[in-house]
Design a protein around this ligand. Structure first.
Ligand code: KG4
Ligand code: ZN
Length: 334
């Protein structure tokens, strides 16, 4: 089954074609980051307009790349939420139009849950039950998935998401947005152990807190600034290492509490290669296997939407195009 995936929840327009939920045939993405950067964050009105400008171009590109025509598409999966309302509506309108004209099934997908399915697009896929650590700019969640239908949240951030902490710490260090990749680059030549930073909530349950860590970096920067040039590489490496310790140790504790031996590490922050190594090493010492997406599918993309859409369609069937609405504040677990 060739599913066309459409993602327009925030500042990336993306369309993909995925066969049977696991084989990516083509993926085209247009990022708006450089346009929003000048305003210091995503401008919703601009985001919607840019999705409208790009979405048809990407549809033609993705079909060309896969050497397919619309007649070869067996269904449409679209991000239904959460996200920016105006942006979601652009993808939804395109998805409904295609599903209606082609007379093919339409599936509305939860963006955050879809991040887990980016791991099905790699060489090795996880087997249920497993725990997914979904770590992105807006979410830090530990989800226990028993199968494609049954999943529950066992941990979440109480304040900032981990990706948000990367972005804020990058700003403190004078690095551009988005901060995650910049911190990773800067940290390559730094010492992970030079600065000992706090591990908030480390011995309390499965919830996360990253705002105290960010504040600790702020105080460190203020102190060091008065002493001379800022040791950006060492601060970046120490911060990143601390995030890895928090994510790894909490995930390990959750696995042990629930008798789980497989973990999916996904979401934008999982693009970080040092964190991938650190977390999978920590878990492997306890006999737990870590699964990750291909790096380019860690951040927002449409292939994960098509992948989740496929398994959702198998289990729940299609949605009715005449009643499917976008859900900008759709909770992952209620
Ligand atoms: O999943 P994503 O693309 O969008 C959301 O749904 O939020 O995640 C974006 C987040 C940003 O905060 C970005 O700084 C972070 O992922 N990120 C990274 C890396 N690449 C992206 N964080 C750490 N290291 C990276 N290499
Ligand atoms: Zn995302």
């Amino acid at each position: 089954m060739n599913l066309l995936g459409i993602e327009t929840s925030c500042d990336e327009t993306a369309i993909a074609i995925v066969k049977d939920g696991t084989h990516e045939l083509a993926h085209c993405l247009s990022s708006q980051i450089k346009w929003h950067k000048q305003f210091g964050g995503v401008v919703p009105e601009l985001a919607s307009r840019m999705h409208v400008e790009k979405i048809h171009v990407l549809l033609n590109q993705v079909l060309d790349q896969a050497q397919l025509t619309l007649a070869d598409i067996d269904g449409i999966a679209v991000t239904q939420g959460p996200g920016l309302e105006g942006s979601l509506l652009v993808g939804m309108a395109m998805a409904k139009a295609l599903a209606t004209i082609l007379e093919k099934p339409l599936v509305g997908v939860h963006h955050v849950l879809a991040h887990v399915y980016s791991a099905y697009l790699n060489d090795r896929a996880p087997v249920f039950p497993y725990i997914a650590a979904i770590v992105s700019g807006g979410h830090t969640e530990l989800i226990l998935l028993r199968d494609h239908r049954h999943f529950e949240r066992i941990g979440k951030t109480r304040d900032d998401a981990a990706g948000e902490a990367f972005d804020k710490v990058a700003r403190l260090l004078g690095l551009p947005y988005p901060g995650g990749p910049e911190i990773e680059k800067a940290g390559l030549s730094g010492s992970e152990t030079r600065f000992k930073l706090p591990l908030p909530l480390i011995s309390e349950g499965f919830d996360f807190s990253f705002s105290g860590l960010k504040t600790a970096v702020l105080h460190l920067v203020q102190t060091l600034q008065s002493e001379g040039p800022l040791p950006v590489a060492d601060i970046a490496a120490s911060f990143q290492y601390t995030v890895g310790e928090i994510l790894g140790r909490k995930t390990l504790k959750a696995c042990q509490a629930h008798g789980i031996s497989q973990v999916v590490f996904c979401g934008g922050v999982s693009a970080n290669q040092s964190l991938r190594r650190q977390i999978s090493t920590l878990l492997s010492h306890a006999g737990i296997e870590t699964f990750v997406p291909p790096i380019r599918l860690s951040t927002d993309n449409a292939s994960m939407i098509a992948a989740r859409g496929y398994f959702q369609f198998q289990d729940f069937g299609a949605n009715d195009p005449s009643s499917l609405l976008v859900r900008p504040s759709w909770p992952l677990c209620s």
